[in-house]
Design a binder for this molecule. Structure first.
Ligand code: NAI
Length: 676
């Protein structure tokens, strides 16, 4: 027989009910059943204390159960049974009390928390609302405004603040001792939370919150669904609670929640690729960054911020000073935004030196190169690092497009060489692509992942191909954008469609923002290998040659009036596009918004599938996390691979085959697109 995760121990007339279900005592079916049976067992006791073993109290639901129909006993019934129990319950909490955990706590008569305990209703982050009275009891217990923060904004509230809101009765260092004291002289049993009235609040709060959530939620529906459910708390509990439950169950099936749950699990999966299983990360405390331009300065600041010491190496003393200024400016920015205080900034910068002498970096554990995107320049840097650093120091390149194997050619001990591809701005963007060469050791990869975690990045493993995972996907995206322009769409039509698909920007406006020159340089680099038969939209090169390099040049795919960053449609570009089609004998046709979206998503999914099929990525989740954390793909849609799986590869494959047929010899079909 399986041991139950919930045990009951009698101590005189006090029952101690303990949940012990590692890792986080989630409200799985077994835990719910265990609590239900414990409630029966404690009847007759004067009071029951509900405690948890391990590092936290009940920290949420078991999300792996959400794909199946809900199983009995249902959590709302468990919470209700706690509330109705003749023997009153004391929740004695520590760690994080989240979601179903907080709902259970609100069913108890009293709440005691260890100092530092945090409370939350994070269902909103996975596209849900609480389903066991969370939105109905929280406003009654703590008031509407804190309940909005918890349920709509996914904020956590710390025990001492919770005490002020009346959400807990006691905060103590040692929660078991405090519970023991508490039960010796019990106060009068308070009214059940579900039977209380919501404390008065300013009526306009709900409307104001609605407007602010709408503005900030980027199309995600769950913040507003939570607000709607909180509103039901103004009705009797017996009316509001069933509505909450029904909405919770309906949302479990929603596209948004499925996508957000997928993203939640995918983030955890990509951090543990098969390639590092069993490998132990080395400790890293001293880092060298070579090249302190846009990327190098950002990488240096990110490392400093994570408590690492950084030596920044530049070409000469003058450049070293300039780079030092860039890092200091990032520090000042953090200070201004209140990320740290003056003393914290001084302490952080104390671990920083800028130099032109490789000898100053002799003892570092890891060096990250971020010099110009030029093979010879990078090779020269690594030759110097090879000579100056210890034989085991990890050597990393931040190259975007060059082949790391060529960059590292001739370096001693190539097992220590790896790509660490940051995204701009490097101290802000979440994504880190960890690029392995055939020689990179598992230990070095594991160290890369540990570093990524320390820098609070989402790290994704990539093999070597042009552009790695992210920029290769971007290239496919842009190519389809160009074919759409060639065949009849205009830049604003493509951009509008992709914004509507959830991207913060469309591909044309984004390229204008970052500048067309990187793509231009890549096109020149790839020219020699480009097949004559492949469709090539050389209007792009014409734009670049005409100085239409994007926003900074005042014109690109759009035109920008003095100092105004809003893209304006430019008749000149549109005429150039139409003329290009005519010159190539293309009869332009119109593309609906939906057609643009479907085609681009099919192209992206096809490229992603190829990346997985070629073994560049270990799994589809890697592709999706790159898209979400590096390229603005809306998290609420999960990622292109998730979307393709949801829509069905038969649909995606058919679209992709059509796209490929319309531009012969220009696309390589993935097996997924070919076979479905
Ligand atoms: P940048 O031009 O802003 O900075 C390059 C820096 O390297 C300059 O400060 C330069 O003085 C220094 N440098 C050049 N040769 C050097 C040498 N031999 N020794 C020491 N320092 C040297 O360039 P950026 O944008 O920072 O790019 C650097 C690298 O990062 C490139 O490989 C680029 O492809 C990659 N990258 C760039 C991204 C971006 O968005 N700009 C994103 C991801 C990667």
């Amino acid at each position: 027989m399986l041991s139950t995760p919930v045990s009951v121990r009698m101590d005189g007339d006090v029952a101690w009910v303990e949940i012990d279900s590692p890792p986080v005592n989630a409200t799985s079916t077994a835990v719910r059943a265990g609590v239900m049976s414990a409630i029966e067992q404690v009847q007759g006791a004067r009071v029951a204390v509900l405690i948890c073993a391990g590092k936290t109290w009940v920290a949420g639901g078991d999300m792996s159960e959400f794909d199946r129909p809900a199983e009995e006993p249902h959590l709302p019934d468990v919470v209700q049974a706690l509330e109705d129990s003749a023997t009153p319950f004391v929740a004695a909490m520590h760690g994080t009390v989240l979601g179903g955990g907080f709902e259970i706590a609100m069913g108890c008569a009293w709440r005691i928390a260890a100092a530092g305990t945090r409370f939350g209703l994070p269902e909103v982050n996975v596209g849900l609302i609480p389903g066991a009275g969370g939105t109905q009891r929280a406003p009654r217990l703590v008031g509407m405004e804190p309940a909005i923060d918890l349920a709509c904004r996914g904020k956590m509230i710390e025990a001492s603040t919770m005490l002020g809101y009346g959400g807990v009765d006691v905060v103590a260092e040692d929660v078991r001792a405090a519970a023991t004291d508490f039960v010796t002289s019990l106060p009068e049993r308070p009214k059940a939370v579900s039977q209380r009235d919501v404390p008065p609040f300013e009526a306009q709060i709900l409307e104001e919150t609605k407007a602010s959530l709408q503005a900030k939620s980027k199309g995600q529906k769950s913040p507003l669904e939570n607000l709607k459910a909180l509103g039901w708390a103004m009705e009797p509990f017996a009316k509001g609670q069933p509505k909450e439950r029904a909405l919770h169950l309906a949302l479990r099936q929603s596209e948004e929640s499925r996508a957000l749950r997928y993203a939640f699990f995918a983030e955890r999966a990509v951090a543990r690729p098969d390639a590092i299983s069993g490998a132990k990360a080395r400790s890293v405390s001293n880092v060298a960054v070579v090249g302190g331009g846009l990327m190098g300065a950002g990488i240096a600041w990110a490392c400093l911020n994570a408590g690492l010491s950084v030596v920044l190496i530049e070409r000469d003393a003058e450049q070293a000073q300039a780079a030092e200024g860039r890092v200091a400016a990032l520090g000042q920015g953090a200070l201004k935004r209140g990320k740290l205080d003056a003393a914290g900034l001084a302490a952080t910068l104390a671990g920083f030196t800028a130099t032109a002498d490789y000898a100053d970096a002799a003892k570092v554990d890891l060096a990250i190169e971020a010099v110009f995107e030029d093979l010879d320049a990078k090779r020269a840097v690594f030759a110097q690092l090879d000579a100056a650093l210890g034989p085991d120091a990890i050597l990393a390149t931040n190259t975007s497009y060059l082949d790391p194997e060529l960059i590292f050619e001739g370096i001693s001990n190539p097992a220590r060489c790896v790509g660490l591809h940051f995204f701009s701005p490097a101290h802000i963007m979440k994504l880190l692509e960890i690029v392995r060469t055939p020689a990179t050791s598992a230990e070095v990869l594991a160290t890369g992942f540990a570093l990524g975690k320390r820098l609070r990045k989402v790290s994704v493993l990539s093999g070597i191909c042009d552009g790695f995972i992210g920029n290769r996907m971007l290239a496919a995206y842009r190519r389809e954008m160009e074919y759409l322009l060639a065949d009849g769409a205009l830049p604003h039509e493509v951009d509008t469609a992709m914004r509507a698909a959830g991207y913060p920007m469309g591909p044309c406006e984004l390229q204008d923002l970052t500048g067309l020159q990187i793509a231009w340089a890549n096109r020149k680099r790839q020219a020699a290998d480009r097949s004559e038969e492949e469709r090539y939209f050389d209007l792009f090169d014409d734009l670049c040659e005409a100085g239409r390099l994007g926003q900074r040049a005042g014109k690109g795919w759009y035109r920008y009036n003095d100092g105004d960053r809003t893209p304006k449609r430019d008749p000149e570009v549109e005429e150039m596009i139409v003329a290009w089609s005519a010159k190539h004998g293309i009869i332009r046709r119109s593309f609906s918004m939906e057609e643009i979206q479907t085609r681009i998503l099919a192209v992206l999914a096809n490229e992603g599938a190829r990346i997985v099929e070629e073994g560049i990525a270990e799994r589809a989740e890697d592709v999706d996390m790159v898209q979400i954390h590096g390229y603005g793909f809306p998290r609420r849609r999960g990622g292109v691979m998730h979307l393709a799986a949801e829509r069905g590869w038969d649909h995606v494959g058919a679209t992709m085959r059509q796209v490929a047929e319309e531009s012969p010899k220009s696309w390589v079909l993935s097996k997924a697109a070919e076979d479905n």
